[in-house]
Write a protein that binds this ligand. Structure first.
Ligand code: HEC
Ligand code: HEC
Length: 195
């Protein structure tokens, strides 16, 4: 068991070096192995600072490429929009401030900056790949979403924001299109999860 687990990790990381290869030129339904390779690309985005800063384990969102705790004692609050008197949208407007404002400005989106509700916290930080995979596709933990609804969520401004995150912030490791392609390959393969 242990031995095959190690081989599996090696295979994933070897293929993960060029994730685009797994999604190009697919004709039929992707195999389970292609699905697992594609999930590794998806995982690399979910666990990038741009995504996991809003998906922490505790109730404090994180900031910056190093994922440090949010200043000003900002908390998730009962609805994910912050505490009374310290709502996310007090500081986070409908769009990023212009680059000319420099670093450390609060980014923004049209749909209202927020983090997941306390009863559906969708933790991405520090979760092993298999557990992350199971969590994301579990309707009991993802807000009742099936695979189609999950895919629709990927077009939400909160998610697309990560690829235009504002001055001084690194976008996720692969392009948005490569992320969506990997997601589709994973979903079409039956959304397999690493063991
Ligand atoms: C500004 C905070 C924020 C950022 C940044 C963010 N998310 Fe989320 N995410 C949320 C919230 C809030 C929810 C809960 C659903 C909702 O309220 O729309 C959520 C839910 C999800 C879900 C589960 C589906 C669902 O609707 O519950 C997935 C998958 C997800 N996010 C992926 C991502 C990815 C991928 C990125 C980065 C590319 C990202 N998120 C960045 C706030 C964020
Ligand atoms: C008092 C103002 C203020 C409030 C309230 C506030 N923020 Fe922020 N937030 C900021 C500022 C300023 C930054 C930029 C910090 C930086 O880049 O160093 C920021 C950055 C962030 C980032 C980091 C983006 C990234 O990937 O680097 C996240 C995530 C975030 N806020 C989430 C939230 C959430 C969720 C709430 C509500 C629960 C909230 N913030 C409430 C001021 C605020």
């Amino acid at each position: 068991m242990k031995r095959s687990g190690i081989c599996f990790v090696l295979v994933l990381s070897a293929c993960g070096a060029k994730p685009a290869a797994s999604t190009s030129g697919t004709g039929g339904p992707a195999s389970g192995n292609q699905g697992l390779v594609a999930f590794e690309t998806v995982r690399g985005v979910l666990q990038h600072a741009r995504c996991q800063n809003c998906h922490p384990r505790g109730d404090t969102p994180l900031q910056g490429d190093d994922g440090r705790p949010h200043l000003q004692n900002v908390q998730r609050g009962p609805d994910g929009h912050g505490m009374v008197g310290e709502r996310c949208t007090t500081c986070h407007g409908p769009m990023n401030p212009p680059d000319s404002y420099g670093p450390h400005t609060p980014p923004g989106v049209t749909t209202g900056w927020r983090m997941p509700k306390p009863d559906q916290r969708l933790v991405f930080v520090g979760v092993a790949p298999g557990a992350l995979c199971e969590q994301v596709k579990d309707p009991a933990r993802n807000g009742g979403k099936d695979m189609a609804a999950l895919r629709a969520h990927l077009d939400d401004p909160l998610v697309t924001w990560a690829w235009s995150p504002g001055f001084g912030r690194t976008p996720p490791p692969v392009s948005r299109q490569a992320f969506l392609d990997a997601w589709t390959t994973w979903a079409n393969a039956g959304a397999p999860c690493p063991k």
